[in-house]
Design a protein around this ligand. Sequence first.
Ligand code: GLU
Length: 283
Amino acid sequence: MPNFVTRFAPSPTGLLHLGHAYSALLAYQAAKARNGRYSLRIEDIDQTRCKPAFETAILEDLEWLGIEWEQPVRRQSDHFDDYKAALASLRERGLVYRCFKTRKEITDEIARAPHTTPEGPQYFGAPLAPSEEQKRIDAGEPFAWRLSISAAKKLLGKKFDTLCFRERNSNGDIQEVKAAPDIFGDPVIARKDAGTSYHLASVHDDALQGITDVIRGTDLASAAHLHRLLQELLGYPEPIYHHHQLITDDAGNRLAKRDKSMTLRSLREGGATPSDLIARLGL
Ligand code: GLU
């Protein structure tokens, strides 16, 4: 069994840009250097924003970069039942509750009683009374499932306050970071439209695919606080994280999928070679 397994997990909502190339290559080089495994996961639970054409473009771009990944590629939209089962395990233990509120209702509630962290405002809710809940279910009202931070705290006791995740810095040293699992309030674990969420699908798949090392951008560093809690609640192993710097444009702005000039496709069409990009990214 290789003791280093990593992945690249793009969402096919647009063309990959230079920042994605950095993330994909950094993880690929790490896997190579440690004689480990590298897999590709298509995170397409958002079926309105994700498009098959972007998935095809992702494979084409990664191949062009010279990256090789294991087969089969895991496509999350083929596995909604897996996420449903993970959600059921949380439901059975009273760790989640139905939330019928609209985005506007949540925003108004937060404005009335603000709890804010650097990640943004936190929302803590509670389940409805069973009769009221049943009425709304019968009326066909859509709902999301939220993780109850207070129920998780109760279940885990002291463990909740001492949860940590391991972060590897760019020198390779590992540090223990104290987790703040309530960073997002009671997070949506299963969206109204998707029946799961990025958080649930991601920790589920990292466990299923035996990922030992999660390598991704610092824009997702805060998610690790919640992911660590989900791993604990679901009995999943704990990977080591490396949240790398983000690639920015000349003005220092983070690249976005809408910045057409930085997409791998347009760089390639402009004559750039994979080695040009690897050198430009300092890899
Ligand atoms: N699908 C996420 C994205 O494209 C990455 C998730 C992850 O690496 O955990 O931003």
